[in-house]
Design a protein around this ligand. Sequence first.
Ligand code: NAD
Length: 496
Amino acid sequence: MTTLTAQDWHQKAAALIYPTGHFIDGAHDAGGSARFSVTNPATGRELCTVASGDAGTVDRAVASGRAAFRSGVWRRMAPRDRMAILQRYADLLDAHAERFALLDTLCMGKPIRDMLTIDVPSSSQTFRYFAELSDKIDGSVTSTASDAFHYILREPLGVVGCIVPWNYPLLMASWKVAPALAAGNSVVLKPAEQSPLSALLMAELFIEAGGPAGVFNVVNGLGETVGAPLSLHMDVNKIAFTGSTEVGKLMLVAAGRSNMKRVSLECGGKSPQIFLPDLGDMDRAVSYAINGIFGNMGEVCNAGSRLLVHRAIADEFIAKFRAAGTDAYRAGDPLDPETNLGPMVTDSHCARVTGLIETGVREGAKLEFGGSRPALPGSYVNPTLFSGVTNQMTIAREEIFGPVASVIVFDELAEAIRIANDSIYGLAASVWTRDLVTAHKTVRDLEAGVIWVNCFDHGDMTQPFGGYKQSGQGRDKCLESLLSYTQTKSAWVHLG
Ligand code: NAD
């Protein structure tokens, strides 16, 4: 993984030089005098200030993207040449892994080892996957009467606005930007204000890889001052959004109020995992349950936050979870490669998570462990397990986005499915059983976009990722995602 020590990483962090503006028309742009502050959540100290864009900045970035699109410099490039640039770009992401790791870890507190083993390699893999698809976006010829020749072209949309959250800053941006670029679009990326830095390095490396100026732009700023004008822009053809359900709904309103732009939404989740008595290896199942909720501090849209456990195995499951889970994730310095639990992204998010834990206790759930904050300066919350939870409790209904698991006991599978589906969300779910029929029937009955059987959070680039219900619409990764950044054009040729 890394041979560097915490001290090495701190030295690298101290020596890190990074831009703090926007990236427009192929160059860094310092922006105006308005700035917002970025705090390192592991220390509570200000890391830097960053240019706070506005509607005018968005206009400039969109105009640059539009000019590049009109010129054809990217969309009309031979697809294999586009592919070569994106593959070179993926190599550059890997080559700059340490810088990306530092930038995201310093801004949002993720353990540096997660950046090096998950976020950066998954991001370069995302670009490689979509690069390889660049010359496989085919049109078709349909069957017609002999007096006509009808063909269908698949073309890019134009300028795509990508609005992303802070929990996987580099990776969530990659999931949007890679298919948008592979399909020939221009991009304006708006990172979350908590994690604005890695996006600038992404855009800079696109130029280094040989990408044309204007194709990949970044505007930093707040949701209200940059995200909103981007979503309302009359010259943006699509908003690809990952974030909260609340803001996701605003994207749909903005599309309706402006130019009917396309909208894809990856929003919140409250993923259930159903554990049946015949699940086989209980230790393995418990280990997946622990990692599924405590990984990335629980700041994961598909976090397995609702553990639906059959009454026959509930005591054993909880005992094993307590034994293995209490110390599995230990709060520490995110720049220490041994650390696997960083702070919550901000003080206010930390306060929200601890507030929800208090609500869980108040509403009668049993605190098995955690619920407290470690004696560290940053906004840390200890991994927490509740038992005795009902699906009506606030902790079972609201997306906590923190390391908080709830065990809900059930007696019948039908009851478990009812509970699993009793949520406004439907991003992901799992079922644990050795019985083939039960497994497939449960897959069919669960209302979620991603279902795992006897595992959790497995997958590769071929797997569509996205939700049912208020977890969103549209899919990331996979071929379907690439096609969602294209539109068809029908050409009917009269041969008479
Ligand atoms: P958020 O909705 O507050 O912010 C997401 C992005 O939207 C940020 O860039 C923010 O600046 C921007 N934004 C905020 N208000 C806006 C507005 N009025 N107009 C336009 N843009 C605006 O979400 P967050 O707190 O940054 O991220 C956490 C959420 O993201 C969670 O709900 C999580 O489940 C979700 N998420 C979903 C997925 C998925 O694939 N389904 C993946 C990761 C995160």
